[in-house]
Design a protein around this ligand. Sequence first.
Ligand SMILES: O=C(O)c1ccccc1N[C@@H]1O[C@H](COP(=O)(O)O)[C@@H](O)[C@H]1O
Length: 212
Amino acid sequence: MKNIKICGLSTEAAIDTAIDAGATHIGLVHFPKSPRHVSLERAAELRRYAADRIKTVLLLVNADAHLTGLAITKVKPDIIQFHGSETPAWLRAIRDKTRLGVWKAVGLRDAGTLERSARYHDAADLLLFDAPAKALPGGTGASFDWSLLADHQHKVDWGLAGGLTPDTVGEALAATNASLVDVSSGVESAPGVKDMDKIRAFCQAVREFDRH
Ligand SMILES: O=C(O)c1ccccc1N[C@@H]1O[C@H](COP(=O)(O)O)[C@@H](O)[C@H]1O
């Protein structure tokens, strides 16, 4: 079964919807420039609310050591998703210190970017391939050329993100066979406002793919 991460949640109702719909992970974004930003206090509340019903992923972008430490202590996520230009050494240090799961987002521009992502192989537990960063590093609804991933021999666990929607996720899975899909803006009615019907439809589309 494919893993499903619904990212950028900010309400208890959206967490319940994601769990009921069969998502495996929720994402909480702590990045002030994002329309989905939640304070560390709110992220901690939401994480406590989700408890062990689903894996909680805390998303940070180029946070410094102080903020990263504070975020981990307060929110106590299962996994941290680094979505900026964090280095392999930084990821290794976090993993060694915290024993948390460490995911690294990689903006996939071309085959060269994919080759260079190998530098994270012994630093991250999962690579999340996303569209290249623009004004914001992610959560923009932009997708990329999935054929880049089609015949690649992956050496670590990996997931697919970037512009996925309930209508496109089946095609994306058929093109890439990703074991995890991650969506944010594709299940919203406006930036930062999750749409419960779209969350359900997204999860249903993935489960339909699983069945065939
Ligand atoms: O969701 C955000 O606001 C966000 C902000 C900064 C970095 C990453 C962000 N989200 C991640 O971006 C990808 C793709 O999002 P989308 O589905 O294209 O909107 C996904 O990994 C989110 O976790």
